[in-house]
Design a protein. Structure first.
Length: 114
C-alpha cells in the first residue's frame, strides 16, 4: 500500500486549502474501504500531532485546533481522503501527512503566511 499526499502550498491567513491523500497498491482495493485514515501534521521543530481521523464508515474526529475549521472526507471510488482546511492561521504551518494501517505518505507542506 502507498499513500501520496498533495495540495499543500503557500496560503494567506484566513485562506483555504484542500489536501488529498490517494491510496494505491496491490492491496489497496480491499484495505481502503475497511480502514481508517488519519491526517497528522508536524510543524518545524515540533512533534507530529493528529489533526483529523475518518473511520471506514465515515465517523470523523478532530483535534481541538481543527474543529470548526477543517473537514475530513473520503471517497471510496477514488481511494482518497481529503482534508479541507479553512480559516487558516500561521500556526497551521506544517508538513501534513496521511496514514493508514501504519503506512505513511511523504507529506505535503502547508505554509500560512502573508
Amino acid at each position: 500500500v502507498h499513500l501520496v499526499e498533495s495540495g499543500g502550498g503557500l496560503v494567506q491567513p484566513e485562506g483555504s486549502l484542500t489536501l488529498s491523500c490517494v491510496v494505491s497498491g496491490t492491496m489497496s482495493e480491499r484495505l481502503f474501504p475497511n480502514s481508517a485514515v488519519e491526517w497528522y501534521r508536524r510543524p518545524a521543530g515540533k512533534e507530529r500531532v493528529l489533526v483529523a481521523k475518518i473511520s471506514s464508515w465515515g465517523k470523523t474526529t478532530y483535534s481541538d485546533s481543527a474543529k470548526g475549521r477543517f473537514t475530513i472526507t473520503r471517497d471510496s471510488a477514488k481511494k482518497s481522503v481529503y482534508l479541507q482546511m479553512t480559516q487558516l492561521k500561521p500556526e497551521d504551518t506544517a508538513r501534513y501527512s496521511c496514514t493508514m494501517l501504519g503506512v505513511w505518505g511523504q507529506g505535503t507542506r502547508v505554509t500560512v503566511s502573508s
